[in-house]
Design a protein around this ligand. Structure first.
Ligand SMILES: C[S@@+](CC[C@H](N)C(=O)[O-])C[C@H]1O[C@@H](n2cnc3c(N)ncnc32)[C@H](O)[C@@H]1O
Length: 265
């Protein structure tokens, strides 16, 4: 995804309900740019759609002629949303998709629990897989097993909320995967409430590429610092948002809410 497309997404993103920070959108766009530059082509997938905030970013990342975007959500089968993480809505999602993407010919929707998804119906060869569905240990472990089986050797898995203390099941599910499936995946980068994983053979390459010339042009929202920190035995890239920038963002968004409150009252 080039910068022009990323900017277009950042402009419309706040019109869609859901959760992705500008920094995370920039990180996904940068990974997409790296994969395209290297000729890594494949499908994209998201578990946990809600209203499509991230699915639409993935749609912008996909080459709609050659690649497919798959999304899975329980939608109105709310009894399957056991952790009450978000509330998927197929109509709202499709409405956003038509408004901000258009032609849905490359989109495939799986309206069910990810625990019912079969590798056979997904196929393999995914270059980008985002996990943000059920947030229990069991669900995250299952989603990660599926993503790992569907992933290209050179693909990336992104997981939401791994370091978010509100959702401890996410880190528990990932840690279970690392213990029970050793050597399958390793962390590449941490930042903006996401953690990225790759196959071990690609980890060093991705870290180098993420730090290659030009990376800062993709990260305009917070101008992060970077560090390398060991996690699960490998040097993992960590994006650090200067506290002043993040504090200022928080104050200004509270201020906007307050002004909005005055305007509507
Ligand atoms: C945190 S929200 C997803 C946010 C979304 N990725 C975004 O960009 O805003 C979690 C979503 O996962 C869905 N969900 C919950 N449990 C699920 C499961 N077991 N399988 C598939 N989807 C699930 C919920 O309906 C909800 O829409």
């Amino acid at each position: 995804m080039n910068l022009e497309k990323l900017n277009r997404y950042l402009e419309i993103k706040d019109k869609i309900g859901g959760w992705i920070t500008p920094g995370a959108a920039e990180l996904f766009a940068w990974v997409d740019q790296i994969q395209r530059r290297e000729g890594i082509s494949g499908n994209l997938f998201e578990i946990g759609v809600h209203h499509g905030k991230t699915s639409i970013l993935l749609a912008y990342m996909a080459d709609s002629v050659k690649e497919r975007l798959g999304v899975c959500d329980v939608f109105d089968r709310v009894e399957k949303n056991v952790t009450n993480s978000g509330r998927g809505d197929r109509e709202i999602f499709l409405d956003h998709f038509m408004t901000y993407v258009g032609n849905p010919s490359f989109l495939k929707i799986f309206g069910k629990s990810s625990s019912e998804l079969l590798l056979d119906e997904l196929g393999t060869g995914y270059r980008f897989f985002h996990i943000d569905g059920g947030h229990s240990e069991e669900e995250v472990f299952g989603d990660l097993c599926l993503a790992d089986s569907a992933l290209l050797e050179r693909g990336i898995i992104a997981i939401d909320d791994y370091f978010n203390e509100i959702w401890p099941g996410v880190s528990e599910g990932v840690c279970r995967f690392m213990i029970e499936r050793p050597g399958k995946l390793v962390p590449v980068a941490i930042g903006f409430n996401k953690i990225l994983f790759s196959k071990p053979s690609q980890q060093k390459w991705y870290v180098e590429q993420l730090l290659a010339t030009g990376w800062r042009t993709f990260f305009r929202a917070f101008d992060p610092d970077t560090k390398l920190r060991e996690l699960f035995g490998v040097e993992t890239l960590v994006y650090i948002v200067p506290w002043r920038a993040s504090l200022w963002k928080r104050i200004s968004s509270r201020f906007k809410l307050l002004i909005g409150g005055f305007e509507t009252s």
